[in-house]
Each structure stands twice: as structure tokens, then as C-alpha cells.
Design a binder for this molecule. Structure first.
Ligand code: FAD
Length: 507
């Protein structure tokens, strides 16, 4: 008789019912039909982090994968549309720029658009081309409070628009929970008090609840948040801290009443020892102050947040504590950590929910059997760790690329030694404004260009191939692009009107 080989996974246990837990459960729910039992354990008494309101465009892929109707989702989560982030006071006090989703202009005869823009800007002529954001529809529409969905016609300027959402993360988790439970995912309320591991292999066999119940499984997904109950505590996988590059370790968060119609963008304002977020939802505004406790005390940090609100607070402020970094492996034996249980990067570029989603997508594409292939686990870890590191570099860039010297915090950020991977990227940019997307990298060259130029990091020179394109023609081309973008943005509906027409949440 031939060896039947490893058996299929028939019991998946997810520990934690925050955004990570329910996103994982909703994605795994499709396996229920084929006989896989998917169980999620969560403890209402412990609760969730409960912040996490801004997203990036990749969330559309996740929602589409689940067959979610977008208007229905926007209504159910009180969401607004997000075209990018406005950064204030980062490169220099008083400066502002957009990191938009979508692209800037278009390449000409193999020369990247930003190279053409830089060449014109460097010429310092009277017809200076204006900020590079003027050439990106998402940036101009965001600035003017406009929104519509992109066009599928690649010839249309509207096809260059890209968007994500601001939403109530608790409502999103609830929305996904309804879908997951309807598809057969079983939710168990209870507190995990112990983890049973096989004495020989170290594989997790069961999680044991405080009331004595044991939940057995083949595959365990740790979505227990900062506690990292399974991967961190039980499997003892180490944590690499990035605090020396990202010293912010606390946040105050508070919702406030809206004063104006919601803007279709997040705002991130740099402060003396961190930064403040402002995230407009349909019926409230999410606010927070992320700060470095080595540089500012809690009371002052709270005052900075409250003084910056543009409407009255709607609840008591909450404090959160964290350390930037990630586990050394995100998959160990039969345990995969998704969400905060695997790592944390501050919400400056709204990447946590994306990292949850990419953890789920990679787990699905490397879905194990009970043999748990070491090669596949190594590949999962390689891809996930690389993505964490790449996102980390992009976030560090915002702190480092500054001329601010008004506080010890900014002086530290400006002078710190960078990760070699980021330093190499900056060196390449510093010469001829070269910027490339690494394999699997989330942020595109357009994102890097927006932040580098927005924060005043100018290269010494430009692509020599620009010399083949006459200056006068390039100037006309730039004018044309800028005009098309402005006209297209002008013709778009107001963001608030778009929501009222398509997807307003009930009051
Ligand atoms: P949690 O929300 O902490 O959920 C953990 C779950 O595990 C809970 O259900 C809890 O009950 C359960 N649990 C824990 N211990 C036990 C136990 N012993 N027994 C049973 N159950 C247990 N992300 C973004 O994408 N955009 C943002 O704008 C954004 N802003 C943020 C701002 C701040 C200040 C912070 C700290 C995070 C932010 N995030 C943001 C990250 C985002 O909040 C999280 O990534 C997301 O909420 C996922 O959290 P989680 O599900 O991993 O953990």
C-alpha cells in the first residue's frame, strides 16, 4: 500500500476577534463548505484595540475577493473615501504636501514623468511647473474635496484615480463577523488561559479556555493582538524592536464631532515629538496623537491632541502603548500570526490592515496540509518579513527626510543611522532621482516621489535621457497634463454629495 502522505487540514482555530481575527475568519469561511471547521475564539472582556480607521487601496481587493458590495460596506461602516494623506509640517514647519494614491502624469518616450517635472523645476524658469501633486488627479481631487470612482477606460484621466476608505474598524469587524458566521464560522466567547503543545514536535494541539474547555485544531492563527498569545508567548518566537528608528511608542485617540463635510483624505500633522492623525468618517472624526514618551509626557501629549481638535470630543480619550517591530518569524510550525500579534508599525501610512490582508492572502496561497512543509513556511516568512521591512523603511523616510530642528525628537530623526536598505534607496535618489520598486514592495515609485519631493529631498541631477526631449515641448506637455487634471477634478462631484447619493450611513 502506498503512503497516503499528510492529511488535509480540517480544523482551523483563530484566536482573537479584532480586525485581524474577523478578516481572517471571513476569508477562511469559504473552506467551511469543503468540510473544514473554522472556529474563532474571542474575549469580550479583553476587547480589541479598536482603532484603525484609515486604509490603503489594496483593501478593495480583499473586499472584492469576498464579493462585498462596496456601497453596502461603506454604509455599514460609516465610511468615507480616501484619496491619500495630507502631510503638514513634516519637511519644514508650515509646509504641506499630499501623498496621493494614483499616479503623477505619465512617462514620455521611456522617461519617467517625475524626471521631466524635475528638469523643468530645476531650470527655475518663470513658468515653474508647480508642485508635483498638481499632476496627480487623486491629490488635486483630495485638495478640492471631490470624489468619484475611477474610469475603466485607460485613455481617461479618471483612470489614474485610486482610492481607499476611512471607516469605523469596529463596525468593519462586525460586518465581517456577520458574513463569516453566516458562512459557518463558529465563534466561541471565552478567554484563552493556556496553550497545549505536543511534547515532541512543539506543534500546538489545543487552546484551553479559562472555564476548562479545550479547542483542538490542526492550524492555529494567532490574532490575539499585542499579546501575541500563541506565536509570542507559547511558541516563544522573538520580537525585533525598531524603536531606535521609530521612537514613537504611545498614542492618545479620541473621536470628535465633525465641523465640516468630510474631506476625502487623511491628515497627518507633525508635532514636536510625534504626529497627529485626523480621519473623517461620515458621522465623526477620528483623531489621535502618536508620540515618543522619551520626548514628551502623557499629559502634554494629550493636550496637544485636544488643542488640535476642530470639534468637541465625543468620548474620553484612550491611551495605547506599543513598540514598533515584528516577530522574527510570522509562521512557526502550525501557528501563523496575523495582525498585531505579528508586528506593529505606527499608522502613519495606514498599513496595518494591509499587512493583515497580505498575511491572509499569502497564507491562502501557501495553504498547508498536516505535513506543514518547512520550505513553504520559510517562503511565507521570507515574503512577509520583507514586506514588513519595506513598509518600515517607507515610514522611517517621513521622519528622516526633514529639515526640522525645533525639538530633540526631530534632531534625533534627522541624524539617525538608517537601515542599509533605506540608505541605498536614498543614495540612488540623491544622484539622478532614480527610484525603483523592489519585488513585492507595497509602495510604488509614485509614493516615494510624493514623500521625497514633498519633504524637500531634491536630487543632484536628473535622468540624462531628458536631454533628448526639448525643454519647450516638455513645458507644454506639463501644462497640458496639469490642465487636464485640474479640469477632471473640477468636474467630479463633491465627496459629501457622492456619499449622499450612493452610500450614506443611517444616522
Ligand atoms: P486586537 O484588535 O487587539 O484584537 C485582539 C483580539 O484578541 C481581541 O478580540 C481580544 O479579545 C482577543 N484576545 C486577546 N487575548 C485573548 C485571550 N486571552 N483569550 C481570548 N481572546 C483574546 N491600522 C490601520 O490599518 N489603519 C489605521 O489608521 C490604524 N490606526 C491605528 C492607530 C493606533 C494608535 C494603533 C495602536 C493601531 C492602529 N492601526 C491601524 C492598527 C489596527 O488597529 C490593528 O492592526 C487592527 O485593529 C488589528 O488588530 P488585531 O485584530 O491584530 O488586534
Amino acid at each position: 500500500m502506498t503512503d497516503p502522505g499528510p492529511a488535509r487540514i480540517t480544523r482551523i482555530v483563530i484566536v482573537g476577534g479584532g480586525t485581524a481575527g474577523w478578516m481572517t475568519a471571513a476569508a477562511m469561511a469559504r473552506l467551511v463548505e469543503s468540510g473544514v471547521a473554522v472556529t474563532l475564539v474571542e474575549s469580550e472582556e479583553i476587547g480589541t484595540v479598536g482603532v484603525g480607521e484609515a486604509t490603503i487601496p489594496s483593501l478593495l481587493d480583499y473586499n472584492r475577493m469576498l464579493g462585498i458590495d462596496e456601497d453596502d460596506f461603506v454604509r455599514a461602516t460609516g465610511a468615507t473615501f480616501k484619496l491619500g494623506i495630507e502631510f503638514r509640517d513634516w519637511g519644514r514647519l508650515g509646509d504641506a504636501y499630499f501623498h496621493p494614491f494614483g499616479t503623477h502624469g505619465r512617462d514620455v518616450e521611456g522617461v519617467a514623468f517625475h524626471q521631466l517635472w524635475l528638469r523643468q523645476a530645476r531650470l527655475g524658469r518663470a513658468d515653474m511647473p508647480g508642485p508635483i501633486g498638481d499632476y496627480c488627479l487623486s491629490a488635486v481631487a483630495a485638495r478640492n474635496g471631490r470624489f468619484t470612482r475611477p474610469s475603466a477606460n485607460p485613455q481617461s484621466v479618471l483612470s489614474t484615480l485610486s482610492y481607499a476608505f476611512h471607516f469605523d474598524a469596529a463596525l468593519y469587524a462586525r460586518y465581517l463577523r456577520d458574513r463569516a458566521e453566516a458562512a459557518g464560522v463558529v465563534r466561541i466567547e471565552g478567554r484563552v488561559a493556556a496553550v497545549d503543545r505536543h511534547a515532541g514536535t512543539g506543534f500546538i494541539e489545543a487552546v484551553r479556555l479559562a472555564d476548562g474547555r479545550a479547542i483542538n485544531g490542526d492550524l492555529f492563527v494567532d490574532c490575539s493582538g499585542f499579546r501575541s498569545l500563541l506565536l509570542g508567548d507559547a511558541m516563544d518566537v522573538g520580537f525585533t524592536s525598531w524603536q531606535h528608528w521609530l521612537p514613537c511608542d504611545r498614542a492618545w485617540a479620541v473621536p470628535s464631532a465633525p465641523r465640516d463635510a468630510p474631506a476625502p483624505h487623511t491628515r497627518a500633522t507633525a508635532e514636536a515629538a510625534g504626529w497627529r492623525w485626523r480621519i473623517p468618517l461620515q458621522h465623526r472624526v477620528g483623531n489621535g496623537h502618536v508620540y515618543a514618551s522619551d520626548h514628551v509626557d502623557d499629559e502634554t501629549a494629550l493636550r496637544v491632541l485636544l488643542d488640535g481638535l476642530d470639534g468637541p470630543p465625543l468620548a474620553d480619550p484612550r491611551q495605547l502603548r506599543f513598540v514598533a517591530g515584528r516577530r522574527d518569524r510570522l509562521w512557526d510550525r502550525n501557528c501563523v500570526a496575523i495582525g498585531l500579534a505579528g508586528g506593529f508599525l505606527e499608522p502613519l501610512e495606514s498599513t496595518s490592515i494591509h499587512l493583515i490582508q497580505s498575511g491572509i492572502a499569502r497564507l491562502m496561497s501557501l495553504f498547508p496540509d498536516t505535513g506543514f512543509s518547512a520550505v513553504e513556511i520559510a517562503e511565507y516568512n521570507r515574503q512577509m518579513l520583507r514586506e514588513y521591512d519595506q513598509v518600515r523603511d517607507f515610514i522611517i523616510l517621513h521622519y528622516h527626510a526633514t529639515t526640522r530642528t525645533d525639538s530633540a525628537f526631530w534632531r534625533h530623526c534627522q541624524s539617525m543611522t538608517l537601515p542599509p536598505s533605506l540608505q541605498a534607496k536614498l543614495d540612488l535618489w540623491a544622484g539622478r532621482a532614480r527610484i525603483f520598486r523592489e519585488q513585492g514592495e507595497l509602495f510604488t515609485p509614485d509614493s516615494w516621489i510624493a514623500v521625497l519631493l514633498g519633504q524637500g529631498i531634491w536630487p543632484a541631477s536628473v535622468d540624462p535621457l531628458t536631454a533628448g526631449l526639448p525643454v519647450a515641448e516638455s513645458a507644454m506637455f506639463l501644462d497640458h497634463v496639469r490642465e487636464m487634471v485640474a479640469k477632471t477634478a473640477e468636474a467630479m462631484p463633491r465627496h459629501a454629495d457622492f456619499i449622499a447619493r450612493h452610500c450614506a450611513a443611517p444616522l
